[in-house]
Write a protein that binds this ligand. Structure first.
Ligand SMILES: Nc1ncnc2c1ncn2[C@@H]1O[C@H](COP(=O)(O)OP(=O)(O)OP(=O)(O)O)[C@@H](O)[C@H]1O
Ligand SMILES: Cc1ncc(COP(=O)(O)O)c(N)n1
Length: 265
């Protein structure tokens, strides 16, 4: 059994964050462990409150995981505070963590801000340099590359800047903003496009969390980065195409459409 660890926030509505990550990792055939960075009071219409873990407690969670069920891959999602990012970076270095996927979560689909201004600096300088790959959406890539993104040429340029600036591969997601769900990966200067068929489903809460967890699961199983992204995108597209419709706002997708195990291999 391969293992993956998610370091992220809890989403009380179950569609994003830790809950989406554990469902995704489980369905993708790896054993999921978790270090919770924050509790959010959240549903499909918005976030009403955030309760952050202390850096000490987060450090204890990570010690408990890394000294026992060592993860074959790590996914990092919502981390709001600079001190929490520093704790994560120190622990990942201390334990020589591998296959690190950073989803630089900044704003929820519902519009709520999920990271402090000072934390963005720590993300750039402390966390991204440890990552194998980061997975920004368009607004996040604009901020990390310090440029505006209007089209696919800009997406390639931003991903190239992010890779050379922060020293990790970059998957820039077209997602809801730019195109028919086409994403671009820049890895060691090589550009690779993943073409997705846009699914007409307004329930996209948690797509970023799900994609990054599925990538981490595939890396844990030993697939290379390009294959991991392709398999993750296939999984996400099918979870969206299952057309689950829950809640009053932008609902979650169906992570469990594949309990028979196509993706578990
Ligand atoms: N309607 C859609 N149909 C198919 N794929 C989609 C759709 N919307 C987003 N995606 C895909 O979902 C993945 C996540 O991309 P997106 O840009 O939505 O990330 P995000 O904004 O971080 O997600 P989140 O909603 O979690 O914030 C990408 O692979 C993107 O191409
Ligand atoms: C705890 C947590 N982590 C991440 C997201 C981002 O996901 P989305 O942009 O789909 O709302 C979220 N809403 N909540």
């Amino acid at each position: 059994m391969f293992t993956a660890c998610t370091i992220a926030g809890s989403d009380s509505s179950g569609g994003a964050g830790i809950q989406a990550d554990i469902k995704t990792m489980t369905t993708n055939g790896v054993f999921a462990t978790s270090a919770i960075t924050a509790l959010t009071a959240q549903n499909t219409t918005g976030v009403t409150d955030i309760f952050n873990a202390t850096p000490e407690f987060l450090g204890h969670e990570l010690d408990a995981i890394f000294t026992d069920i060592f993860p074959d891959a790590v996914k990092i999602g919502m981390v709001s505070k600079q001190e929490l990012i520093e704790t994560i970076a120190n622990k990942l270095k201390q334990y020589s963590a591998k296959n690190i996927v950073v989803d630089p979560v900044m704003v929820a689909t519902s519009g709520a801000r999920l990271i402090d201004e000072q934390a963005i600096d720590a993300l750039k300088t402390k966390l991204l340099p440890l990552a194998l790959v980061c997975t920004p959406n368009i607004p996040e890539a604009e901020l990390l590359a310090n440029m505006s993104i209007q089209n696919e040429t800009d997406m390639e340029k931003a991903a190239t800047i992010i890779e050379s600036t922060y020293g990790c591969a970059c998957l820039c997601k077209g997602g809801h903003q730019i195109n028919d769900a086409n994403d671009v990966l820049v890895e060691k200067g090589q550009v690779h496009w993943f073409y997705g068929k846009r699914i007409d489903n307004p329930n996209t809460h948690g797509t970023g969390c799900t994609l990054s967890s599925a990538i981490a699961s595939n890396l844990a199983k030993g697939y290379d980065l390009e294959t991991s992204v392709q398999r993750a995108k296939d999984y996400l597209s099918k979870a969206l195409a299952a057309m689950l419709d829950l809640g009053k706002g932008q609902g979650p997708m169906n992570h469990m459409f594949d309990l028979q195990g196509e993706f578990a291999q």
